[in-house]
Write a protein of this length. Structure first.
Length: 276
């Protein structure tokens, strides 16, 4: 059996977490990532019949949400209270591979969390978003949450209007409308770690791969770690340019007509009604 520490998915996960910390997106224990693993990836590295321990799925009750679509699925996930800066150095302490149990209220720990840890407190919110994204695109396997500096700063000086928010980001850099033509969902400030914010995020995830949590951070979803990281990275770069220029006289801009040309050239579907 292959050593999980040598697996491609674990190495990529660790490098992604390390990059997110290096960029300042995940200070202290801020932020979390979950990756839906393929069956062959798990069986290649782990004995699926060997359960290290059973962990309650924090925040999940019968009335919260139906986790049935994920029963039996395995996820690589960051731990609660864990620092991203330590993931690359000690993955078996800061990460875990968990499987959703039949009862829908607990997890089988197959690997990791060696110090007695458990998944991020946002794991239920991740599960809701995974279910939402899989219903739209069965290839989506990643949910990523972080606190990018300029995206957060933009929340304080820009209206929390989804159309305006997306279009102002699109105008900051030519690639933006091509990278996230579906726009960005925006939620007002809500209490984190609750069923309410999890459900609200999942509802947005039916339309968007990116959801801003106002004055908190951003959720991204994608087919793999690179795609999801790249989505957030592009938003953060655009937000940085916005914050460097929004209060200065504007001499130039990327017009709606120019963005239509980009959409036509790259064959992407922009959100209806966003380009006049």
């Amino acid at each position: 059996m292959k050593d999980i520490l040598e697996s491609k998915f674990l190495k990529e996960f660790c490098l992604t977490a390390d990059n997110m910390y290096r960029l300042g997106w995940d200070e202290r224990n801020g932020g979390n990532i979950s990756l839906l693993l393929k069956d062959d990836e798990v069986k290649e590295c782990l004995d699926v019949n060997k359960v290290k321990r059973v962990i309650p799925l924090m925040g999940v009750h019968a009335v919260d949400f139906d986790i049935t679509p994920l029963i039996g699925k395995c996820f690589l996930v960051t731990g609660t209270g864990k620092y991203f800066k330590n993931v690359l150095r000690e993955p078996s302490v800061n990460l875990g591979v968990v499987r959703i149990r039949e009862d829908g209220k607990s997890l089988d720990l197959l690997w990791g969390f060696e110090d007695g840890g458990r998944p991020t407190s946002e794991f239920p919110a991740h599960m809701m978003s995974h279910i939402a994204r899989l219903s739209v695109d069965p290839e989506n396997r990643v949910v990523m949450h972080c606190h990018p500096t300029y995206t957060l700063a933009m929340n304080f000086v820009h209206p929390l209007d989804e159309k305006l928010f997306a279009k102002d980001l699109w105008r900051m850099c030519t690639e933006c409308v091509v990278v996230f033509p579906d726009g960005i969902g925006v939620l007002p400030w809500m209490l984190c770690g609750t069923t309410e914010i999890g459900k609200a995020t999942a509802e947005k995830m039916k339309e968007y791969r990116l959801v801003v949590w106002a004055m908190h951070g951003i959720y991204g979803a994608g087919k793999d770690l690179d795609e999801t990281f790249g989505l957030i990275e592009t938003v953060e770069k655009a937000a940085q340019i916005y914050m460097l220029t929004f209060d200065k006289p504007q001499c130039n801009t990327i017009t709606d007509e120019a963005m239509k040309q980009l959409v036509d050239l790259f064959g992407v579907k922009v959100k209806d009604g966003y380009l006049d």
